[in-house]
Design a protein around this ligand. Structure first.
Ligand code: NAI
Length: 335
């Protein structure tokens, strides 16, 4: 069945890596019509709105989107469109697989874990204000409802992917009410999943443990801020932001996107690594049950990434974005 999917190329390197992804998906034969929409800095310059109504309507209709990175001005200007989209569509789970590829230089080989980050609350609610001109206050919101939901999602994902352990990350020794509630909710959910081991680790210790022994972890569930930080740490373990995908999943809507930003330092040079966007496309294909197309891309990527000469510059290779994309398409055609 042909699917219509909203496509937001985004800012900076976005267009290049999203073009690469759609060409690669097309090469698998998956039947997808892309409904191209705008958001971010470019949309703001063009329409005076970083998140145009048309874009929201398109996602509302299609219920699924592939998105490139969007620039968020620092300190001044509009708030993060990524956070706005996650809140608008109630995309409560941010899923970030952290999987090593042979051939990519990294701190560890054989890492295969998934970080499930609560995506709608915590300090990312954006409730902050100046108490006096010299004192700023940000409010951290943790609710039982959202905590139970994300922990259930993490245990369900563990079951589906035949993973044997869920590790909950918190700082409940200091934030006894907010993180305490998150921890209690995780423990409550775990009692319904006796087949899956459950443990909890304090976030600072978790950062150290992930660096030292990432293979000890399979599914990590965390409130928004810790999940955000540990996800990038995880990307660093396997070779960097250029190869880390993500999915923002809600009850009946999902947006897939690379975890990195718009990389203004390399925009327009045709050297960005599209792997993170391509793997986000793979997550999307699995979500719409196009398993054969997803598997073709995974196999082709694994093959291409084995050969350092065929990688992009950020991971020690020589190829441009376009050349790398053509190498992956070539492998798909050989499969
Ligand atoms: P960034 O992720 O854009 O870049 C960090 C470093 O990684 C840069 O040196 C960049 O060249 C490199 N890099 C990132 N992606 C790469 C790729 N695919 N291939 C090769 N190298 C890559 O983070 P930064 O500079 O902090 O943010 C730039 C903008 O992106 C900001 O406006 C930020 O708000 C936005 N951003 C957007 C995100 C999203 O839309 N999901 C996520 C993170 C940041």
């Amino acid at each position: 069945m042909e699917r219509i999917i909203t496509l937001i190329p985004g800012d900076g390197i976005g267009k290049g890596i999203i073009d690469a992804t759609t060409k690669i998906i097309e090469a698998t034969g998956a039947k997808i019509t892309w409904d191209v929409q705008e958001a971010g800095l470019l949309a703001n310059e063009k329409y005076g709105n970083p998140l145009p109504e048309e874009t929201l309507k398109s996602i509302e209709k299609n219920k699924i989107a592939l998105k490139g990175p969007l620039t968020t001005p620092v300190g001044v200007g509009f708030r993060s469109i990524n956070v706005a989209l996650r809140q608008h569509f109630k995309l409560f789970a941010n899923v970030r697989p952290i999987k090593s590829f042979d051939g990519i230089d990294s701190l560890h080989n054989g890492v295969d874990l998934v970080i499930v980050r609560e995506n709608t609350e915590d300090l990312y609610k954006g409730i902050e204000y100046m108490v006096t001109k010299d004192v700023a206050e940000s409010i951290k919101i943790i609710t039982k409802e959202a905590s139970l939901k994300i922990c259930n999602f993490a245990f369900d994902l563990a079951r589906q992917e035949k993973r044997n352990k869920v590790t909950l990350v918190h700082k409940a020794n200091i934030m006894k009410f907010s993180d305490g509630l998150f921890l209690k909710s995780g423990a409550e959910v775990s009692s319904n999943y006796k087949d899956i081991e459950f443990e909890d680790v304090i976030v600072d210790a978790m950062a150290m443990k992930m660096v030292m022994n990432p293979k000890d972890y399979s599914v990590i569930v965390a409130p928004n801020l810790y999940g955000d930080i540990l996800s990038d740490l995880g990307a660093g373990l396997i070779g960097g932001l250029g190869i880390a995908p993500s999915g923002n999943i809600g009850e009946n809507c999902a947006i897939f996107e690379p975890v990195h930003g718009s990389a203004p330092d390399i925009a327009g040079k045709n050297i960005a690594n599209p792997t993170s966007a391509i793997l986000s496309g793979v997550m999307l294909l699995k979500y719409i049950k196009e398993f054969e197309a997803a598997s073709k891309i995974e196999k082709a990527l694994e093959e291409v990434l084995k050969d350092k000469e065929k990688c992009t510059i950020d991971i020690g290779g020589k190829l441009s974005t376009t050349e790398f994309t053509n190498a992956v398409i070539g492998k798909i055609k050989d499969l």
